[in-house]
Design a protein around this ligand. Sequence first.
Ligand SMILES: [Zn+2]
Length: 81
Amino acid sequence: MNNEFSCQEMTEVVTDYLDDALEPDESQRFERHLTYCAGCSTYLDQMRATISHTGMVPREESLPPALRERIVAQFRIFRRG
Ligand SMILES: [Zn+2]
């Protein structure tokens, strides 16, 4: 019954979400997670900003290291609460 995305899963599907490639129910779970998780909301904003810079959806492994570090740091801050 508990089929919420975890933060880890969010980072895995975020590019699909931005590609509009998620199933409707997955997309709903994604958006539900965003409503209570500031870390993932920020992550999504960063991804959107990256896309507007590069004009494409970045694969996780192709993120610039500096950006990835910033995102990871933000996750740590939000986890600490
Ligand atoms: Zn999250």
